[in-house]
Design a protein around this ligand. Sequence first.
Ligand SMILES: Nc1ncnc2c1ncn2[C@@H]1O[C@H](COP(=O)(O)OP(=O)(O)OP(=O)(O)O)[C@@H](O)[C@H]1O
Length: 308
Amino acid sequence: MIRVDDLRKAYDGFVAVDGSTFEVDRGEVFGVVGPNGAGKTTTLKMLAGLVEPTSGDVEIAGASAGSLDMRRNLGFLPEESPLYEEMTAHGYLEFFADLYDVPTETARERIEEALDRLDLEHRERRIGDMSKGMKRKVAIARSLVNDPDVLIYDEPASGLDPLTTNYIIEFTRELADDGKTIVFSAHNLYHVESICDRLIVMNHGDIIARGTLDEIRDEHGQTAYHVYTDVPVRDAAHDDDEDHYQVVVGDMDAVERVRREAQADGGRVVDIQTEDPSLEDIFLDIAGERVESAREPEAERPTQEVET
Ligand SMILES: Nc1ncnc2c1ncn2[C@@H]1O[C@H](COP(=O)(O)OP(=O)(O)OP(=O)(O)O)[C@@H](O)[C@H]1O
């Protein structure tokens, strides 16, 4: 659906995006992740035909970036979406539907459906008097008025309260389930982990990792093994609540060493749990930088039990 070939952008010699190549399939949610200044917005704007690449190509559903065909089939949500503050949500969205030549009745139905699904309250309120979350929902509805196949969302949920953030992130997933192809950027890696099919991780203009989250984990991540014993072993911490000892190791050989050590002291391993690295852990590993400190609590991370 989207093909990006050796895309590059330099501003006065400063390279913001350094030769990105990737493809996005129809119906996919595709994440573009990275710290501030990684080149996410520049990449998304080049996809949307809003920034002219220094070199390289973008093709969306067979149309080249910036062409009229492509624009008709695209919804872009900028990081900061300036809205017409004096208008109501309806007035504003009808105005944009009109720009896309959407027939009035179709536009009304589409707008109503989008605002219902986004659960936008106080639709007749002046946009200038709406909360930040409400404004973001109006901007998202705006990206849908032309019923595009492709949506490009720059930080769709950044800076919003957790409830609105979750709502928007889940809504983004639903749009893909409806068949839309979505490229979205995020600082918050937890959002990416929760809804992306595939992603690229960018840093300083380069793609430093790519694939599904599992593929990225396999290639770059390291599973942590939490080993619980009933006798003290080297480097273990005592868990007062459970009255056992816990040590975290990086591979099965180390787990085996802990088991032998416990046995030598007349004890045993009582449990082993694995913890997959989060995208943030992986990012720290490969880029040596933290992408987002304000992530969801640790408890949200998936933990699987393994056979002991
Ligand atoms: N119009 C411009 N002129 C000069 N430099 C620019 C311009 N736009 C972006 N840059 C630079 O290009 C780099 C990449 O910026 P970009 O906005 O794409 O990053 P980002 O990953 O989206 O960051 P953020 O998460 O902060 O939005 C940054 O160093 C930025 O300062």
